[in-house]
Design a binder for this molecule. Structure first.
Ligand code: GLG
Length: 841
């Protein structure tokens, strides 16, 4: 059936096509209409949540119009598209961002005020879209923002989890996990019940020769699960481009629903089958930098890859191009190894379904894919058990073996005598059971592999992927240093700072070209400007202090130095080093006379972050922080000199309050372990300084903003290996000041010392893998330097302004342009002919 309106009737259609609100009165008409009809509420029961819903629906209408146009324009232009495959998209809230991009926030503000609502309260009603764990998922969200803002024809593909990352509560100092059911009311997604893909699992492979003598491979039987598309509009800033994020949801396929069971009265077991299918997209695995090899996770990965690839291929086939043109039309970025099965799936489609020769197909595959590595931590590298894949995806296992065979043959030809090399680079690890090394498969299946900061990209070339650099040459391995979107992480999170900057630079152009910030540098001598700058930081700290009081009951002094460490709790990120430093500071305070104490700089140390539910050591760290807080916050000797806060349920929307309020933030991972870090960039961009190790993007931040503006400490990554070796084979001594900290913990000061035995033992007994003791002295000395520097507020503000002025490099726009030029080979789609001039905030 033809689904288009006939040509001669389109005029009538266009006449009635909505144009959306632009004035305050029109906005009020829209919001009231939505509340009364779409939501079936009235002026007698309109709470803030209803006001949020109405506002969201009104802005959504505006977005959808641009979204439809963008999709049409991209179809007509038929340029190469980039498909970003990520198991995580940590989007946070959408309304404020939609307002910024549509450009009518002030209209909404006044309209809501007419109806008795404050826009901030309305915005705060929104539930975060928390489909991610940490940096990897948030990076994907920043990338979507930049791809849309730069007019790249881009799609995100992910899973629509019913439960995002759990909500964290702290009970008696312990983390408790609460399920995050976030879909109750989500105006930002569109169920496309007409866009479905049937995905096959299990079954067996039938190989035979057909009548014409052709080898046929068919994957038979097994079970079918249907993927349903849910589309989320991704608006760009300062452009009408609205891209699409497509999230797949699983349901039993209608063919699969067992009607015989149904008819024979086994209704419940038929429904149970249905539910089993739905579990595939039910929950986000809550591990950051850790892979557990669970079957359901593999199912998620294949389900998502198969649905996405089918969709991409379907779109390509509509253009009637030759298969050889596929890589000219399609670029697919693998966000970590999670989507690596997509490589195998495309090879399967091309060979088994489309009948291409193996090598022809493989050339297309490798030209299409590229892979981003996000970690060198061995426990995070995916290895799937061969028997597991054999059972779930029998045809894919065969293809993996064939890819491996031809890869190893090439290696053998190039390095004929090196048998050990073959064993080392084989996609199959000869372990018990055998496993597939997914990172190696991703490398072999891609034309480019990138790390996410300079040090990290160097490290992967010299350690985990060293052999592959020998095999493919160095050009295949590149660096693209991470970035963040200044729209959310400056303008939305810190509107007053953004406004102050705009007042000096003459416009908000810097939100599109962040390098313009360098024009701020001359103002470091402008007294009035510095005063306003400091006032804004203070106001942000007051706002955070209010949040702390409301959520923890602890009152903190906003004049104190705010020291923040917010990120996933992980031993390699070393929150334990921070809390040991806090105890060290506490001991120092206690040892002083009340006169001497008056000279000290007051400090509030703030922690936030989730521990993976099964990561016992990380949970112990949270427990210790809370216990230390209880003691210190209630010690009358300490007063305002030191407060220790653990903020519950750190997430994107809380980050937007916390980050602008920081004076110092901590990025103190053991050198060589944090691939990049991205919150380091967010803190500096918001006028906070950082204390950090020479790790990840800290190094490049230092290079950009100048060594005098960063508090660096600790051992270098090139020395880590030797130090670790010495812990076992040298004569090892714990730092004496750290020992005093341990003694205080062991005395039971912070409750049952047994609870913290493992945390101390990891350092004193088990080799101190993360070098906490080695770096302790350097860390506390650097903290002392921070205290001294903070006393001179004028100098401090100068450092902050200078740093912000030099942060232009770290926009995700720069990052996406690098991917586009060096990896994807795609061009932005020119939207100039449809210039839509709008009032921007
Ligand atoms: C990783 C790394 C971070 C990195 C982020 C984005 O641990 O250092 O900044 O990806 O590349 N698993 C992660 O969060």
């Amino acid at each position: 059936v033809e689904s288009s309106i006939p040509e001669h009737m389109r005029e009538a259609w266009r006449k009635y096509s909505p144009s959306g609100f632009t004035t305050k009165d029109q906005f009020e008409t829209e919001i009231v209409r939505h509340i009364e009809t779409t939501l079936a509420r009235s002026l007698f029961n309109c709470d803030e949540l209803a006001a949020y819903s109405g506002t969201a629906l009104a802005f959504r209408d505006r977005l959808i119009m641009d979204w439809n146009k963008t999709q049409q324009r991209q179809t007509f232009a038929d340029q190469k598209r980039i498909y970003y495959l990520s198991l995580e998209f940590l989007m946070g809230r959408a309304l404020d961002n939609a307002m910024l991009n549509v450009g009518l926030k002030n209209v909404a503000k006044e309209g809501l005020a007419d109806l008795g609502f404050r826009i901030e309260d309305v915005i705060n009603q929104e539930h975060d879209a928390a489909l991610g764990n940490g940096g990897l998922g948030r990076l994907a969200a920043c990338f979507l923002d930049s791809m849309a803002s730069l007019n790249y024809p881009a799609w995100g593909y992910g899973l629509r989890y019913r439960y995002g990352i759990f909500k964290q509560e702290i009970e008696n100092g312990y983390q408790v996990e609460i399920p995050d059911y976030w879909l109750d009311f989500n105006p930002w997604e569109f169920a496309r019940h007409d866009v479905t893909v049937d995905v096959q699992f299990y079954g067996w492979v039938n190989k035979y020769t057909d009548d014409e003598g052709k080898q046929i491979v068919s994957w038979q039987d097994g079970e079918i699960v249907t993927a349903v598309a849910y589309d989320v509009p991704v608006p760009g800033y300062g452009t009408p481009t609205v891209n699409n994020l497509r999230l797949w949801s699983s349901k039993a396929s209608s063919g699969e629903f067992d009607f015989s069971k149904f008819n024979s009265g086994e209704y419940e077991s038929a429904v149970a089958d249905q539910q089993r299918a739905e579990t595939i997209s039910a929950v986000l695995y809550p591990n950051d930098n850790l892979e557990r090899g669970k079957e359901l996770r593999l199912k998620q990965q294949y389900f998502w890859c198969a649905a996405s690839l089918f969709d991409i291929v379907r779109r390509f086939k509509k253009t009637n191009r030759k298969w050889s043109e596929f890589p000219d039309q399609v670029a697919i970025q693998l966000n970590d190894t999670h989507p690596t099965l997509a490589v195998v799936e495309l090879q399967r489609i091309l060979v088994d379904k489309e009948g291409l020769e193996w090598q022809t197909a493989w050339d297309i595959v490798t030209k299409t894919f590229s892979y981003t590595n996000h970690t060198v931590l061995p426990e995070a590298l995916e290895k799937w058990s061969v028997p597991l894949i054999q059972n779930l995806l029998p045809r894919h296992l065969q293809i993996i073996y064939e890819i491996n065979l031809s890869f190893l043959q090439t290696v053998e030809r190039r390095f004929p005598k090196d048998r050990e090399l073959l064993g080392r680079v084989s996609l199959i690890e000869e372990s018990q059971p055998k496993t597939v090394r997914m990172a190696y498969l991703a490398i072999v299946g891609s034309h480019k592999v990138n790390g996410v900061a300079e040090l990290h990209s160097d490290l992967i070339k010299t350690t985990i992927f060293k052999d592959f650099v020998r095999i493919y040459g160095p050009d295949k391995f590149i660096n693209v240093t991470n970035g963040i979107t200044p729209r959310r992480w400056l303008h939305q999170a810190n509107p007053r700072l953004s406004e102050l900057i705009a007042s000096k630079l003459g416009s908000y152009e810097f939100l599109k070209d962040l390098t313009l910030l360098n024009k701020l540098e001359p103002f470091v001598d402008d007294k009035e400007f510095k005063k306003e700058w400091a006032e804004i930081k203070y106001a942000n700290k007051v706002r955070l202090a209010q949040h702390i009081l409301k959520t923890t009951g602890v009152s903190v002094n906003p004049k104190a130095l705010f020291d923040v460490q917010v990120k996933r709790i992980h031993e390699y990120k070393r929150q334990q080093l921070n809390v040991f430093g806090v105890i060290h500071r506490y001991l120092a305070i206690k040892s002083l006379s009340s006169e001497e104490r008056k000279k000290l700089a007051p400090r509030v140390t703030i922690f936030g972050g989730k521990a993976a539910p099964g990561y016992w050591m990380a949970k112990t760290i949270i427990h210790l922080i809370n216990k230390v807080g209880e003691v210190i916050n209630n010690d009358p000797d300490v007063g305002d000199l030191l407060k220790v806060i653990f903020l519950e349920d750190y997430n994107v929307s809380k980050a937007e309050i916390i980050i602008p309020a920081s004076d110092i933030s901590e990025h103190i991972s053991t050198a060589g372990t944090e691939a990049s870090g991205t919150s380091n960039m967010k803190f500096v961009l918001n006028g906070g300084l950082i204390i950090g190790t020479l790790d990840g993007a800290n190094i490049e931040i230092t290079r950009e903003i100048g060594e005098q503006n960063v508090f660096l400490f600790g051992n270098l990554s090139e020395d880590v290996e030797d130090l670790r070796h010495n812990h076992f084979y040298g004569d090892y001594q714990v730092d004496p000041e750290l020992q005093k900290v341990f003694d205080l913990i062991k005395s039971g000061k912070f409750g049952d010392e047994g609870s913290f035995g493992a945390l101390i033992g990891a350092i004193t007994e088990h080799g101190d893998y993360y070098l906490v003791s080695d770096d302790f002295n350097s860390y506390t000395k650097t903290q002392d330097l921070i205290d001294e520097t903070f006393k001179n507020q004028d100098e401090w503000v100068t450092k902050c302004i200078t740093s912000v002025a030099r942060m232009g490099f770290f926009t995700s726009d720069r990052c996406i342009n690098e991917y586009a030029d060096t990896i994807w080979n795609i061009e932005p789609l020119d939207v100039a002919e449809e210039k839509q001039v709008r009032a921007r905030t």
